[in-house]
Design a protein around this ligand. Sequence first.
Ligand SMILES: Cc1ncc(COP(=O)(O)O)c(C=O)c1O
Length: 470
Amino acid sequence: MNNDSSSRIATRLREWIANAAPGSKLPSTRSLVAEFQASPVTVQKALQTLTARGLIESRPGVGTFVRAVRSARPSDYGWQTAALRSPLAALPTASTAMRDVANDAISFHSGYPDRELLPERLVRAALTRAARGDAALSRPPAAGMPELQSWFAHELGASTPAGTTPPNPSDVVVLPGSQSGLSSIFSALAGRGQPLLMESPTYWGAILAAAQAGVRVVPVPSGPDGPDPAELARAFDETGARLFYAQPNYANPTGAQWAAGRGDEVLEVVRAKGAFLVEDDWAHDFGITTSPVPVASRDDSGHVVYLRSLTKSVSPAIRIAAVIARGPARERILGDRAAESMYVSGLLQAAALDVVTQPGWQTHLRSLRHQLQSRRDLLVTSMREHAPQAHIEHVPKGGLNLWARLPDGTDLDRLARDCESDGVIIAAGRAWFPAEPAGAYIRLNYSGSNPGAFPEGARIIGQAIDRNGT
Ligand SMILES: Cc1ncc(COP(=O)(O)O)c(C=O)c1O
């Protein structure tokens, strides 16, 4: 399917619709195919776009029609204000990182890697095999397919040092993405009204999950080497928290990887306080110049609750992750998962396992490392050349993002709007701070589409920063 021609057709049809009376019938798909010299799939895609925008509606067996503009009275949901009262916490809205944008935009905002960075051939073959197997018609155990539990346990166990007991497959709970794991962990291990320590800045989705779970977020500053253990200990003492959420490897948004030894220091603090470290290893497959060693691999005392996701490295459509936890904590998390969704689709679990156990998976990861390196380097060079006012404090050793500090006083909303009007989409850094932002930051993802446009994107950002300062 050709996206360009489907958007060309959608644009032409939109012009036609603008001049047509509500209820007018669109030409048949067959005549649109002939008129635009496009395939039926491409025409359908254009029609779907217009349907999604509410411009047309299709009546099966009759045809497709221009939608009548409704003049019905606006709905009144005011009664819900009385029924619901105030939310327990101000709920953050979803971040810019989840926005869909036009195909031709230069997009630095997304949290997801471009399709060309995914193992497409492995994914398609795995889905075909999964569809033919038992998984397509059966219900897997609540904690996950045993073979997939073993794979996750083995992955973490591979970096476990001698003298530490590696995790058991039965410590693993398979998840439909690690986001749902964050919600379960925060609810099951902290609970409403309880404090939760978090690195700051940190992943906006973790801030969102914490708000929905009703826990009280307490930010702990974290830099390129990770949090200061003394500061962390103080935060535990001050708040009585029992949970610290952190990303020791290639943190989203900063790309920081904790300094050697920092994991052990943090682990010591967490143990001394009788607390848990929730280690989010979302970027395990995105090392560039280093390879990540999870802090969890050095813990066999149940103090680390470890999250590993395959969503971004296998496919966002095969959204599989796992939490590895030991003891009663694991039972609590499993209980929350059961209440939430009972079990994870076996079809997706089988497909994920198939992908990561193919010999091609390791080949894919090696090539991904090189591609991420050249994309990261291109964006760093482009920003330094064309937008030197955006200070890149630290070039990440892995992950998908650059974190850039802008001059104090930069109006981020205006900057984002200016960039967007010139076709560049950026994410303002505010969403990654659990409390007030420590400065004006933007997050730039270098794994999006069309890296060839990075220099042009950087030039537009540089100009917008200049305009913002005047
Ligand atoms: C740090 C971090 N944790 C968790 C997630 C959620 O991962 P998943 O898609 O597996 O739910 C993301 C996604 O952006 C992330 O950046």
